[in-house]
Design a protein around this ligand. Sequence first.
Ligand SMILES: N[C@@H](CCC(=O)N[C@@H](CS)C(=O)NCC(=O)O)C(=O)O
Length: 212
Amino acid sequence: MKLYGYFRSSAAFRVRIALNLKGLSYDQVIVSLAKGDTDKPEYRAINPQGLVPSFEDRGVILVQSLAICEYLEEIRPQPPLLPRDPLGRARVRAIALAVACDIHPVNNLRVQNYLARTLGVNEEQRAEWYGHWLNEGFRAIEAMLAGSKETGRFCHGDAPTLADACLVPQMYNARRRNIDLAPFPTMRRINEACLELPAFDRALPERQPDAA
Ligand SMILES: N[C@@H](CCC(=O)N[C@@H](CS)C(=O)NCC(=O)O)C(=O)O
């Protein structure tokens, strides 16, 4: 198994967490966002979207972090990343998607670059953009978590799931951008519980071979 990723990529971070939780070993291929590797034709041949992560198993390339995580769930069901009951699965997916579909894409590097280089949006306004969409998303996730009896030590019950694998990288990213996380106590508590687990700790950006 081969993960094409970058230490700071929160989408690759999700997959590293899933691989570690499943106890799967993998090789890492560094695709540097800082050096523009995702724009190179050889990488576009692997991933036409020019995004990380990509993942290779049995000679086949998979893209999209959540599709990769669900693939891992299917080939290695234990320990599960999704609960067994359909309602629980839908809840876990909803939290994961609230991060992966509604927060992450609008704050992605290429969006930030477009704002800066094409639309001439200055740094202060870009920080405002980031904070706005992050806070919008986090307010909703905090309410989803704080208001549900399904929330336990982790986002769903007392074992980590796909929801936690999405939450932790986004929290990490928010901290890096100096977002005030005080209004999100449930998320902070869950984040801390996750980071006590070696699977999450080993997936941290600073533990990766390409960490600056
Ligand atoms: N929906 C995709 C998002 C992947 C993605 O946006 N990756 C970022 C890094 S976290 C990336 O490659 N960004 C490059 C860019 O924005 O130019 C997934 O979940 O895999």
